[in-house]
Design a protein around this ligand. Structure first.
Ligand code: NAD
Length: 254
């Protein structure tokens, strides 16, 4: 295996890849030879992200879609298979949080966070896995969060959704292993993205409290999360299955 071209000739789909962690993952996969499909709800950001990959010498295309819409998920996956013939790597990255004290949250917010973080991952797995089974090859990496395993301030529903992603990962890994499909997930800690920038403006005390809990004393760079995703999507991790890899700078360690 050429360490610098681990995804040569592969087709990789990354959800929510226009910005943040997903964008770093898309760049990393493209730099190592994958044709990357950047799925995002934002037309401008998605196209800009694909252009940046192509300008850097990689192969990428933007697909505008809403990952919380079941029909759009099915149609998008169908169109990708029609055009590219296969999907080797699926990274379920789309997600987000809206920290709110539990008793101030309502059904609408619960549904929104469960749809964005858990149901989108479930639906993409359901739509893509039959194609991975047909080709007897697939690598799925789901982006959960340390909030799925440690309590995270004001984030009961987000934590529930991400714990669901961890559980989904383990169960699917067991179901899919015999088809040469490995399913794993990453639990990132606080990472410098648009989400953290927004929270810094709207909820500075919340962000300060979170930062104080990271033993390394800083937020992750999205590329540090992407490096772990690339490891799990590559053959370097050939004996890693159903793993929930924590990449959090020692969150809540001391
Ligand atoms: N940033 C952190 O501190 C952190 C920590 C742990 C886990 N995570 C997880 O990492 C993942 C990426 O987070 P991020 O901070 O990079 O987010 P971000 O907000 O920076 O980027 C999210 C991307 O998803 C897109 N998107 C949003 N809703 C969408 C939808 N319905 N359909 C398609 N695309 C949509 C946005 O346009 C954007 O490009 C999420 O699952 C998040 O929960 C983030």
């Amino acid at each position: 295996m050429d360490r610098n071209k681990r995804f040569q000739g592969q087709v990789a789909l990354v959800t929510g890849a226009a910005l943040g962690i997903g964008n770093a993952i898309a760049h990393g996969l493209a730099e190592e030879g994958a044709r990357v499909l950047i799925l995002d709800i934002s037309v401008e950001d998605g196209e800009e992200a694909a252009r940046a990959v192509v300008d850097g010498g990689g192969q990428a295309a933007a697909i505008t879609m809403d990952a919380t819409d079941p029909q759009q998920v099915r149609e998008t996956v169908g169109e990708i298979i029609d055009e590219y013939g296969r999907i080797d790597v699926l990274v379920n990255n789309v997600g987000g949080n809206q920290p709110t004290p539990f008793l101030e949250s309502d059904e609408a917010l619960w549904r929104q966070l469960l749809e964005l973080n858990l149901m989108s991952t479930l639906r993409f797995c359901h739509a893509v896995l039959p194609h991975m089974i047909a080709q007897q090859y697939g690598r799925v990496v789901n982006i959960a969060s340390i909030a799925g395993i440690h309590p995270w301030p004001g984030s009961v529903i987000y934590g529930v959704a991400k714990a669901g992603v961890v559980s989904l990962t383990r169960s699917l890994a067991a179901d899919m292993a015999s088809h040469n499909i490995r399913v794993n997930c990453i639990c990132p800690g606080p990472t410098e993205t648009t989400l953290s920038k927004l929270l810094r403006q709207t909820q500075p005390e919340y962000v300060k409290a979170i930062h104080g809990m990271v033993t390394l004393g800083r937020l992750a760079d999205p590329q540090e999360i992407a490096a772990a995703v690339l490891f799990l999507a590559s053959e370097e991790s050939s004996f890693v299955l159903g793993e929930c890899m924590v990449v959090d700078g020692g969150y809540n360690m001391v």
